[in-house]
Design a protein. Sequence first.
Length: 286
Amino acid sequence: MTAARTMNQTVEREPLLRDFSGTLVLVGAGKMGGAMLDGWLALGLDPMRVVVIEPQPAAAVAALQARGLRLNPALPVRAEALVIAVKPQQAGEVVPSLAPCLDGASVVVSIMAGRTLAFLQSALAPTTAIVRAMPNTPAAIGRGITVAVANARVTAPQRDLAHRLLAATGAVEWVAEEALMDAVTAVSGSGPAYVFLLAESLARAAIAAGLPADLAEKLARATVAGSGELLHRLSEDAATLRKNVTSPGGTTAAALDVLMAPDGLDQLMARAVAAATRRSRELGRA
């Protein structure tokens, strides 16, 4: 993503949702929807302002009814903000049924992979204010990053509200071009799985080098987690941090000669991201 295409710099989590005075309807309270709900409540959102539509709610979500959260009430419920967090394969059935919850002041925030603004507008109404967003799973610990794009119907106050809702689980970036969202999905949306695979692969390589399996897993896990935290906390870019670990002619350099070969990690990652981008586009056409 180039700086020219990014509408504002990364913004850390926004404080305060306690001033939200409308009704927020969350459709889908699985892992990502549930993480968002946790983030909103942590930032002061009153559970009495929240409606959750979830056929199989987790015990923690169901318990929030004691604090005033409304779980699976009869629709329609008028929503100032409607957050759609169901699987994209369910969109064709679920999204049209939500139209009666909306009026001219409502904003819809969708985190469904591959589901375009055009799809959402056709399933709801052409005049609907819609934000399409792609978060990722580190949202569960408040360390996610979300990229969002708004349609032309979204007003400045609606965008601010959408931003605050998305920022409850981490950083937020806004882009002007929806076409970027397929690559965003492939990089940050799917990216945590690539990092977890790196930890798996490193552990398997350690076992092959003779380390006991339990030690290999601990070393791989701690190395990936610690390196990620270092990247998060320091201002240096990844290339600089890599070079800081690499002594000329040393062990790291020997390994990097393999990983950075013409057919090495860069080529594999490019093919992986391209495959995920294509799949995101296919989901958008489904």
